[in-house]
Design a protein. Sequence first.
Length: 131
Amino acid sequence: MAKSGRFRFDGGAATFVGTGILAVLITVCTFGICYPFALVLRERWRAKHSSIDGFPLVFTGSAWALFGNWLKWLVLSIITLGIYLFWVGPRIQQWKWEHTDFDRSRYPLPLTDFQQVQPLGYHLPPVPGRV
């Protein structure tokens, strides 16, 4: 199968292993309670080394934003003897994708970060509510 070339990843083995070890230590030493901090650490690393069509990604989520839900999910998983974990996985994936975006600080994005262009010799009236 041919490569698309649209998606790029430039992460190295050393930083991957280092980030992974730190994430495991955070999770194990806190008995899973601080897993959101480990998750954010790994997701920021992944996004930092990824791009789509040459536009870099950035992870905007914070561990504190996930922490409350994580505690609730952890308690429900313990109460249900692990059955609730079937719902936790998809929720975490949803949260990760909701907080992954293009890094708008580095490049303007085509078709989303554009200014209205007027044809030569033609004057467009201003749009109400828009500067």
